[in-house]
Write a protein that binds this ligand. Sequence first.
Ligand SMILES: *Cc1c(COP(=O)(O)O)cnc(C)c1O
Length: 455
Amino acid sequence: MERTKFVLDEKDMPTFWYNILPDLPVPLPPVMHPGTGQPVTPNDLAPLFPMALIMQEFSPERYIEIPDEVQAVYRSWRPTTLFRAHRLEKALDTPARIYYKYEGSSPAGSHKPNTAVAQAYYNRQEGVKRLTTETGAGQWGSSLAFGCMLFGLELKVYMVKVSYHQKPYRRIMMETWGAKCIPSPSLDTNAGRTVLARDPESPGSLGIAISEAVEDAATRDDTHYSLGSVLNHVLMHQTIIGQEAKKQMEMAGFYPDIIVGCVGGGSNFAGMFLPFLKDKIDGRKPDLRIINVEPASCPTLTKGLYAYDFGDEAGMTPLLKMHTLGHKFIPPPVHAGGLRYHGMAPIICHVYKLGLVEARAVGQLATFEAGLTFARTEGIVSAPETNHAIRVVIDEALKCRESGEAKTILLAHSGHGHFDMAAYESYLTGKLADYEYPEDRVREALASLPQVPTA
Ligand SMILES: *Cc1c(COP(=O)(O)O)cnc(C)c1O
C-alpha cells in the first residue's frame, strides 16, 4: 500500500508568507476611496488596521518573514498533514490520485487561525488594546477569539443574527476564549440601528456585521478592526498552507493536475493555490487547473459582476474591484453552509478574470451528498463549506474513471464540521432543499453598486 500521510517536521515549516502581488502578470486594480475617487493610501486605512498589516496589503516583496512569536504559535498545530484519500479513491473506483491538506487540526478547527494569530500579534505590537470583527457561522469569530486570547487583546464580535441563534456553540467557544459576542444587527452601532429601524426582523448578513464592526473600531481610539478573509494580507497569511502542501506533494512524488477548494471570501483556497499559481504564471506548469467552488445560492464568481463595490452593507469600507452580488445582498436563510459573502477576494477575481483559475457553483444537496461520501470513506466530518470543494473533487475523480486518466487532484480541506451537526441533521432527515439564487434578485442587488469616477 502506498503512503497515506505526508507529515512535515516542525523545522520544515515555512518561515515566510508568499505574496503574489509582484508576480501577477497584470497589476491588481487599486483599492479606491469612495469619497475622493482616488486609490486609498496607507493613512486612509490607519484608523482600522496596524501599519504592519497595511504595508503587507500593498507590499511589493515576494516573501514576508513570519514573526518568531507567530511561528511559535503556528507550531502548536503546524505543519498540518497532507493525506492521500485512498479509501475515497477506492469507493469511487477512480484511477485519480486524491490528496487533501487538512486544516481542521487547528484549535479552532479550520484554516482561520493562520491569519487570526498573525493579526492579533501585529495589533498587540502596535499597542492596540481591543479588536472588533464580524462573523457569520462563527468560525472567524472563534479563531480571532483564540488569537486575541494568546496576545492579551479584548475582542467584540458582531455575529450574523440568524447564525447567533442557530449556532450557539461557536459563540460559547468565543466566550470560552474570553471574547464578547453579540447578534448583528445590534443597537450598539448606527449601522445596526439603521437596519433595525428599516427591518426589525432582519436576519443580518456579513455585510451588515462588517458595517457594525468597522464603525465600532473607527469611532474608538483603542480599537482596531480585523477581517478574516478577502484582503491581500489575509490571503498571504494563508499561503503557509500552499507552501507546506508543495513540499508534501514533493514527498508524495506528484505535482497536482487539479487543485480544488471552496471560496467564501477566498482566503483558504488562495492560501493553498497561490504558491502553485506562481508555477503556472512562470510557465513551469502551464496546464495546472485551479477550481474555485462556491454555492449556487451565493454565486459570486459565476454570476456576480466584476466591478468596484463596498465590502460592507452600509458602504463604509473602501471600494474593492471584485466579483460581487451587490453589497445589499442578503443570502437566503435556507442555506445551511457558510460561504455567504456578497463579494470575493480581489486577488482571486483578478486571476479569474485573467483566465488563470476557474470557478464552479454547486448546489447544497449535491454538496452534502459529497460530504457524506467523504465522511464514510475518509472518516472526517467536514465543514459544509469544505463539502462544496469535495463535491467537485469527486466529480473530477469520476471524470477520470470515465476517461481512464490517473490525474492528481489536490483538495484544500478547510476544516471540520463538528459544530455543523444541525446542517447534517437537516440533510440526513431530508429537510434540506436546493436553492439557486434567482437571476432577478442578483440584478436587483447589483443596482446598488457605487459609482467610481476614475475606474
Ligand atoms: C470561513 C471558512 C471558509 C470560507 O472562507 P474563505 O475565506 O473563503 O476561506 C471555508 N471553510 C471553512 C472551514 C471556514 O471556516
